[in-house]
Design a protein around this ligand. Structure first.
Ligand SMILES: [Ca+2]
Ligand SMILES: [Ca+2]
Ligand SMILES: [Ca+2]
Ligand SMILES: [Ca+2]
Length: 472
């Protein structure tokens, strides 16, 4: 553990002050970083902010509004996670008055200045780990995928009545700010109601920009909506509406982000701003995460040195750090949900597999039936193994599935390190892949097909199919 302490600071005064610092937490086994306030009389330490695990290869800022009316010290405390994880901090500043509003709320430090509405029936509750009811609610938050991370949820109860609501609103954003809002929601349970997202201007006018109703399965789901141009400052309002009395209707949301750029097209991600609708899964499923990185990956003689989008060290890609984990350990990456289409879908992506010990990348499609049946992978659609040289390759996967489905990328580590694998520029288009020969039989849609990670014959057939595509 390492501690950095400020000198003794006077009471924060009527308006308080905004404490800002920048941090860099990058690597597969990064520990945690905390900010605490300590008073001497009485002696008391209060945790005001904390972050754990990898945050990507980038400097991020934290702002905390301190209103403590006692002589105190600010303490920044770091704990070690493992070998592959450094924590750095820089540019600490103290400015009097409250902090400017944040564009990203992950709810790890608190409410992020979101407020409960009082003219409704219930309040949203900040929660970590799972909710109290069985067969509903998430097991962990979306930001960290661990039981330590926080989200907001609306508990369901047998005394609920149809149409009862709970709403929370964001801080006030200036009129010209923001073109797109993104958030993650969890709506698992047979008694699930409706989640509405509004853009509400200061004069009270509300526009519905996103709505989802009913059971959406056991995964965190992605939502985004374009913001309407406004003359007035506005808030984002998240509202839960109850369906009926039930103990299986806990809904949740997390990671609300306001972006000044337009929303990316559905199914496309270049990873330049964030992971779009792609999501890691937690420790119940796999042993590692896909990380956003740029430039050379942290391990020598493996991984890309530039991304695919910009062909430069400034552009971001997604990768798995092979220096950690064991032989066969996996990292899952899950897409948004796509509705079935008569023309099918085409998944196009760029991959980089370079190193002496590259493991295996598989692409599956999964659906509600298979997922509820207990499979996290689904049906195998594409596989690649081993060293493919220090360059980006393109892959196409044609999908025709008769249920709503999602894609799952699974990286499986080789015997040793030296096998960083990367992805970039993933596109899912609503038609079959261009010039794709009609070889794929329609999917076995009975939900029984469950390729395991070790079925070598199945792997081989897909490998041959892929080989045919590449050469032909
Ligand atoms: Ca969170
Ligand atoms: Ca309320
Ligand atoms: Ca994971
Ligand atoms: Ca990129």
């Amino acid at each position: 553990m390492a501690q950095l302490k400020s000198s003794l600071l006077p009471p924060a005064g009527e308006k308080g002050y905004c404490f800002t610092f920048w941090y860099h937490m990058f690597g597969a086994t990064v520990g945690s970083l905390r900010m605490l306030l300590q008073t001497a009389d009485p002696w008391k330490k209060t945790l005001v902010w904390q972050k754990s695990r990898n945050q990507g290869d980038q400097w991020l800022s934290v702002q905390t509004h301190v209103t403590l009316q006692k002589v105190h010290q600010v303490i920044l405390e770091a704990t070690v996670g493992g070998e592959a994880g450094d924590i750095a901090i820089d540019d600490i500043s103290i400015i009097s008055g409250p902090c400017p509003v944040s564009d990203l709320c992950d709810f790890e430090e608190g409410s992020c200045n979101w407020q409960q509405q009082t003219d409704d029936d219930f309040d949203w509750i900040r929660q970590s780990g799972s909710t109290h009811n069985a067969n509903t609610g998430p097991d962990s938050d979306h930001t960290t995928n661990t039981p330590a991370g926080h989200y907001y949820y609306l508990p369901s109860s047998s005394t609920d009545r149809t149409g009862q609501t709970a709403a929370m609103s964001s801080p006030l954003y200036p009129a010209g700010k923001g073109a797109c809002v993104q958030l993650w929601y969890h709506m698992y349970g047979t008694g699930m109601g409706t989640l509405n997202v509004y853009q509400k201007s200061e004069d009270g006018k509300k526009a519905l920009i996103f709505s989802q109703t009913g059971d959406q399965g056991r995964l965190w789901r992605f939502a985004q909506a374009s913001l309407l141009p406004r003359v007035q400052p506005y808030r984002i309002v998240v509202e839960g509406v109850k369906a009926r009395p039930t103990l299986e209707g806990d809904m949740a949301f997390d990671d609300v982000q306001l972006m000044d750029a337009q929303c990316p097209p559905h199914g496309f991600c270049d990873f330049e701003r964030n992971m779009c609708s792609w999501s890691n899964l937690g420790v119940g499923v796999d042993q590692g995460d896909w990380l956003r990185g740029r430039g050379a990956s942290p391990n020598p003689n493996t991984g890309p040195s530039v991304d695919h989008t910009t062909n430069s060290t400034q552009g971001y890609y997604l990768y798995v750090d092979s220096s950690v984990g064991e032989w066969g350990s996996t990292s899952f990456l899950v897409s948004d949900v796509f509705q079935p289409s008569t023309r099918g879908h085409c998944l196009t992506f760029w991959y980089h597999m370079y190193g002496s010990n590259v493991g295996t990348v598989r692409v599956y499609i999964n659906d509600r039936k298979m997922h509820t049946g207990g499979t996290e992978e689904g049906i195998l659609k594409w596989i690649e193994t081993g060293n493919k040289g220090d360059k980006w390759h393109m892959a196409n996967v044609s999908i025709k599935h008769e249920e709503a489905f999602w894609f799952v990328f699974v990286y499986q580590r080789g015997e040793n390190g030296g096998g960083d694998v990367a992805l970039d520029d993933i596109t899912i288009s609503h038609e079959g892949c261009y010039s794709d020969p009609p070889i794929n039989p329609p999917d076995d849609n009975n939900g029984n097909a469950k390729p395991s990670l070790t079925t070598s014959t199945e792997d081989l057939s897909h490998l041959l199919r892929h080989f045919y595509f590449t050469v032909g």
